[in-house]
Design a protein around this ligand. Structure first.
Ligand code: SF4
Ligand code: SF4
Length: 152
């Protein structure tokens, strides 16, 4: 039986943070298609520039504009890769201390599973879902983490 390492509680902690949710051009296309509007309209209504990056807007409450307290993410099938990848970020996969600290922020991380199992399932998830090619967690790094995890 597979030990669960993550069970999202839909608390919304990871949907807060002005300017933290970066969306690439392909992710903007995916989101616009999901909402059945043009990319230009999506950009105008739901994003803002942050340096050279495009980020999703947040409301006055500090939550992403797509966060709904009852339904959680209203664009779930099309959400950006950074949202799909959490909590399986490289730091949490590679480092048990980061993983422990992340538990304070994300109640969905199952501490009882242990870090090695979290890393094993997380790396598989990242690779299986094509998230290793996002530029944030490339495949080579993910595989190196797998090697390190097996050695430890
Ligand atoms: S912080 Fe964790 S438990 Fe809360 S919504 Fe985000 S992923 Fe789910
Ligand atoms: S797109 Fe969805 S998952 Fe990502 S921050 Fe916004 S509400 Fe949260």
């Amino acid at each position: 039986m597979t030990i669960p390492v993550f069970d999202c509680r839909m608390c919304g902690h990871c949907c807060q943070g002005q300017g933290g949710i970066v969306a690439s051009a392909s992710e903007l296309e995916r989101l616009a298609a999901f909402m059945d509007i043009s990319v230009e309209e999506f950009r105008d209504r739901y994003t803002q520039a942050q340096g050279k990056k495009t980020v999703l807007r947040c409301g006055e409450d500090g939550f992403c504009v797509f966060f709904d307290a009852e339904k959680a993410c209203t664009v779930h099938p099309a959400k950006p890769d950074v949202c799909r990848a959490w909590p399986f970020f490289r730091g949490n996969l590679a480092d048990a201390v980061s993983w422990e600290l992340a538990q304070d922020y994300c109640p969905g991380i199952v501490a009882a599973s242990g870090h090695a199992e979290f890393a094993r399932q997380g790396i598989a998830y990242v690779l299986d879902n094509g998230l290793a090619k996002s530029g944030r967690e490339d495949e080579a790094n993910a595989l190196r983490i797998a090697d390190l995890t097996e050695e430890s």
